[in-house]
Design a protein around this ligand. Sequence first.
Ligand code: SAM
Length: 286
Amino acid sequence: MSKDFHDQGPRRVGQVKEVTSLANPIIKDIKALTNKKSREESGTFLAEGLKLVIDAIELGWTIRTLVYAKAAKGKPLVEQMAARTVASGGLVLEVSEKVIAAITRRDNPQMVVGIFEQRWAPLKGIRPQEGETWVALDRVRDPGNLGTIIRTADAAGASGIILIGETTDPFSLETVRATMGSVFAVPVARATPEEFLAWRKSAGVSIVATHLAGAVDYRTIDYRKKPTVLLMGNEQSGLPDQLAREADALARIPQQGRADSLNLAVATAVMLFEARRHLLSLAEGK
Ligand code: SAM
């Protein structure tokens, strides 16, 4: 990592730099953010597109660097985001289209890219309240699934996501793309299975685990009793016994046809919207 990249703390005076060379060390550092190791070391990640950058800044995420293509120069919203980046001590780069295409590894790149500080919700601080639904994902592997689940959790009004065990990175380019911006709206925590099980003891939640061998039809669950954590299994192997046996209910979504299971993101969506329907119909007295 170049010195410049790390030195962009809040005290740094913001500035606009023009960059056209792929050999520029700051560009090399930004390109490296496609690797998990570089993201972890710098504690940052990339988000593509003006809408996402605006959403993130509006939601209070810290922007380290704003990159825009020359063609976007002078657009009022881009200028506004550049001014806000500079005001918060970040760096603004005006780059050639070749550079922005290399950063995002796309032939038709977005004109604006933001580099933001990662944000993880501390598990210990999560105290779900009545009527809340959380999603816990056991070893989710596929970035597209994780991004889709974060987006769906946002749309279904869920309160957040807990990632259990070795999982794909919510801040990878692919996952952030799949969230369509919801990564900035939905808190994400991480835990080992042991930490998750210790947390649930004091969190006052009901764990509804989804399982192909579940004894309970998912439509019969009462989501009113306590705040609910929907626990979803790994794409290949499903939920391990260590987690399944700790659940308050093992729920099954009845299926027809030849498919042996639903895609993880689809199953999560079915569960989330059923919980929402249940909670809303109760609130409306139906
Ligand atoms: N072969 C895996 C297994 O045996 O569980 C299939 C895993 S499935 C692709 C991923 C996760 O989605 C499951 O662990 C479960 O949480 C959820 N899921 C998928 N279909 C489901 C269904 N019909 N009922 C309940 N949960 C389901």
